[in-house]
Each structure stands twice: as C-alpha cells, then as structure tokens.
Design a protein around this ligand. Structure first.
Ligand SMILES: [Zn+2]
Length: 234
C-alpha cells in the first residue's frame, strides 16, 4: 500500500450539487485535501496523489487514468449527496463500490454523479455512447467483473463504521451502483457521499472546518486500518 489517489468530485464549470449556500465541488475539495494532509502526516510511507487540488474541471475518465497511470493501490472519491424533494428528510453518509444497483434510488445517485460527463467534450466518443441519464446504459455494468470487489467492500465498510462509531454520523450503508469513475479504475475504489448538501443541518456540518476534519479523519482511520490489514496479509 504505497500510493493512494484522492479524488475530489467535480470542479471548475462542474459545481456538482448545491445546498442553500455551498457547492459540492468546494466541500469535496476541502475534505479531500484534509484527508490527504492527514495521510501524509501520519503515514509517511504512503504517497498521496490528488486528481485535483484546486477548482479545476476534470473528466471522469481522466480521474481514473491518473490512478491507473500512477499504479495507485487505492482510489477514494469524495462527493456530497442531494435529493430533489423532502430535503430535510434525507441525511447521512453512504459509501459506494462499483456494481449493479439494487434499487431505483441507488440508480439515481449514480446517474446524478455520472451526468457530469455531459460537461466533457466528445463525451459520446469518449464513453462509447454511454448516456448517464438512460437506465438502459447501465446494463453494460452487469457484465463487469470486479476483481477488486472484496477489497473495495472492505474499505467501504470500514469508512461507514468509522463515520458512525467515531464521528457520530448516521450511516445509510455500503451500496453498489454503476459509477463511471469507479468502472474505469483498475484498483480497489470507493466513492464516499459524505452527507447531503440539501439537508440544512448536514450542509452546515459539511461546511464547518471541524466537521470537515471529522469526516476526513474518519476516512483516514478507515484507510489506516485497511492498510494495516492488507499489509499483514501480504
Ligand atoms: Zn458528486
């Protein structure tokens, strides 16, 4: 476990989702940087690579390529959640791994996150006609053989456990759906939805410096435990 890629979702012209006063791209970046700094501080043998460390737009394929090119051992993508209606009723954290969605609700999260490819030029060519909004496009993922599923699930589980046990967040669990960015990576990969910007309390928490530090430290502890486990097996 020598290299981890930390992926702050969205950026530049792609704001991601929005709350009443904040944007996903900014919250994700703060937490990603906080996580990276913590890893660099406490785990000196780990190289941290960011897909972005400022407000830049990067396509999904490019994010995965950064991890693949650098031979990363792990890919952690940071995002914020959102709902259209009953906004204050939806809250909590979710960690996603690549797989087939088991519900419409899960499909919608992947659709929202995948729809950022529409910001990319030539996305039809780049993603071979994949339409993030069309459920039919997601059938492709049923053929996907996920060699990294066990490790991805292991880390995802540790992250959600840390959110609950150490930070007191409400966990919505570990879930699977067809996230293009996870599909493109060739190492264990997770996508963390750290909370809902559409929920007033969570938006406040996620924009608070201390809240961001707690979230980052929970992911850090999960990462450290995962690393210890992997290295003791090898
Ligand atoms: Zn996102």
């Amino acid at each position: 476990m020598s290299t981890v890629v930390i992926d702050a979702g969205h950026g530049g012209k792609d704001n991601g989702t929005s709350g009443s006063f904040s944007k996903e791209k900014d919250v994700a970046l703060q937490i990603a940087l906080d996580l990276g700094e913590t890893i660099e501080k406490y785990l000196k043998d780990v190289k941290v690579i960011y897909t972005r460390d400022d407000d830049t737009f990067i396509g999904l394929k490019e994010r995965a390529n950064i991890a693949n090119k650098n031979g990363a051992d792990l890919f952690i993508s940071i995002h914020c959640n959102a709902v259209e209606a009953n906004k204050d009723k939806s809250y909590g954290t979710e960690t996603w791994v690549m797989g087939l969605h088991k519900s419409e609700e899960n499909l919608r999260v992947a659709q929202r996150e995948n729809s950022v490819i529409l910001f990319e030029e030539n996305n039809q060519e780049k993603y071979e006609g994949f339409d993030p909004n069309d459920p039919q496009s997601y059938i492709l993922f049923s053929l996907y053989q996920n060699a990294n599923l066990d490790n991805s699930l292991n880390l995802a589980d540790k992250i959600e456990t840390q959110f609950v046990d150490r930070v007191g967040r409400y966990s919505r669990g570990v879930k699977q759906a067809g996230f293009v960015v996870l599909y493109q990576t060739s190492m264990p990969s997770v996508l963390v939805e750290v909370g809902f910007l559409t929920n007033r309390l969570e938006e406040k928490y996620l924009n608070d410096k201390l809240g961001q530090t707690y979230i980052a430290s929970a992911i850090f502890r999960a990462f450290r435990d995962y690393k210890d486990e992997i290295e003791s097996v090898n």
